[in-house]
Design a protein around this ligand. Structure first.
Ligand code: FE2
Length: 430
């Protein structure tokens, strides 16, 4: 007797639907037709079944705090940081936990089961750190939550940041974070990158830095991060997040920088929702989009994974824990509209995010964990286009969330009585 049988599943990259048999939390078989008894059967009717979504860049300590203690009037990164500084002393353990757990509920309903969250350690009480460590424990059976010790006010700019960062790592925070472009000088920024990489090397930890989140073409900390990665042998466990200044550097410099990033095996995590709203703010016209050079990084073989960054916090008043919304914005903001690139955008928020987070390859395969999402769409490109309903979210064979399919009932003369938006258009073939 199987635990679960998922019928007529369309797997990414596979043309014909297949049945997926689940036993003891793992995928026991994938075949065109499986006739076996199962405790639970989900007939997808030819819908897309994909690995769960991943978000390699988030701020769970700030999420769902919109309006506390006031709104960001200018909409800029710097007012967001100042506003967060006003909220920080008011944080309580219970309030941070409550908001984070509520966000995790939302994430599960959207099929988002792996999240890397930065946690601000520039608070001598380490209130948010303690709260999110508790949240990590609480959600462990349904979300892989990684925490990054993030000195929001600057490792050197804030007098207690380094000591607090080390304390947070001692408490069990998983990843070393930083924000070199927010240090007082370029030298301090570069020095912070070196110090943070050394801390990671000494402790055997990954590194994930907010890197060059500005439109300043002289902000080149990603170069130092890549060089330090090579010097300290950290290849594969380092992430450069945002890297928006790469948009504004000259092409010659980019042609030297991108191969260095590839050689260092540094993962790049752009955050399209926030980058398209925060960058170019000081421009008149033409106004820069400010997203990093996604196409060129991909062409050089760099692992690029889109992150969400924010949902309803001092920096961004929208967001919905929907990584397909992130991929959709990425497609527009880069822009990248070939069928190959749009299918890649789907991988960016599933497979590539897992790689950036150092998690096992989540591709659905026999013997692998039975963790998957059933979507009300037929293929990855349709999923990016529709941002469809997550019909079922499954982790290790257990159904965590189910949402009814979206179906419009129509009352139109001479037209069908109902409309499934995902059946509206034909699937294009290359
Ligand atoms: Fe961030």
């Amino acid at each position: 007797m199987l635990d679960l049988l998922v019928k007529a599943a369309r797997l990414p990259g596979r043309r014909e639907p297949a049945d997926i048999a689940v036993k003891a939390g793992r995928i026991a078989e994938i075949s065109p037709r499986i006739d076996a008894e199962a405790q639970r059967v989900i007939d997808t009717g030819g819908r897309l079944v994909s690995p769960p979504f991943t978000d390699p860049h988030f701020h769970m300590d700030a999420t769902l705090s919109l309006g506390l203690p006031r709104l960001n009037r200018s909409g800029t990164l710097l007012e967001g940081i100042a506003l967060w500084g006003e909220l920080k002393p008011l944080l309580t353990h219970e309030a941070v936990m409550e908001r984070a757990l509520r966000y995790c509920d939302l994430a599960v309903s959207q099929g988002l089961l792996s999240i890397r969250s930065h946690v601000d350690v520039c608070d001598d009480r380490l209130t948010a750190t303690e709260a999110l460590l508790e949240v990590r424990k609480r959600v462990a059976s349904y979300i892989d939550l990684q925490l990054v010790a993030f000195p929001q006010d600057g490792l050197y700019r804030s007098p207690t940041a380094e000591a607090n960062l080390l304390r947070a790592l001692d408490m069990g925070v998983d990843v070393v974070g930083g924000i070199p472009h927010f240090e007082r000088t370029m030298e301090d920024g570069a020095r912070s990158v070196r110090r943070l990489c050394e801390i990671a090397a000494e402790r055997g930890l990954p590194v994930d830095l907010h890197c060059d989140e500005s439109d300043d073409p002289m902000s080149r900390h990603i170069e130092t991060l890549a060089a330090e990665t090579v010097r300290l042998g950290l290849q594969g466990r380092v992430v450069g997040s945002h890297c928006t200044s790469m948009h504004s550097v000259d092409n010659y410099y980019a042609s030297k920088l991108i191969p260095l990033i590839a050689e260092a095996g540094v993962h790049i995590v752009p955050n399209p929702l926030i980058n398209i709203t925060l960058q170019g703010r000081s421009d008149t016209y033409p106004r820069r989009r400010g997203l990093t050079r996604v196409a060129e990084l991909r062409a050089a073989g760099v692992n690029v994974a889109f992150g969400q960054d924010c949902t309803m916090d001092p920096w961004y008043s929208l967001g919905s824990a929907d990584m397909l919304e992130v991929a959709h914005m990425g497609v527009h903001a880069v822009p990248m509209t070939s069928r190959e690139a749009m299918a890649w955008a789907f991988d960016s928020v599933t497979l590539n995010g897992a790689r950036a987070m150092g998690l096992p390859d989540p591709t659905l395969r026999v013997g692998g964990p039975a963790s998957m999402v059933v979507l009300q769409a037929r293929d990855p490109i349709e999923a990016v286009r529709m941002k469809p309903t997550r019909l079922a979210v499954i982790r290790s064979g257990k159904i965590l969330a189910e949402t009814p399919a979206r179906l419009a009932r129509l009352s139109l003369p001479g037209r069908p009585e109902s409309l499934d938006p995902a059946d509206y258009a034909p699937i294009a073939e290359d």
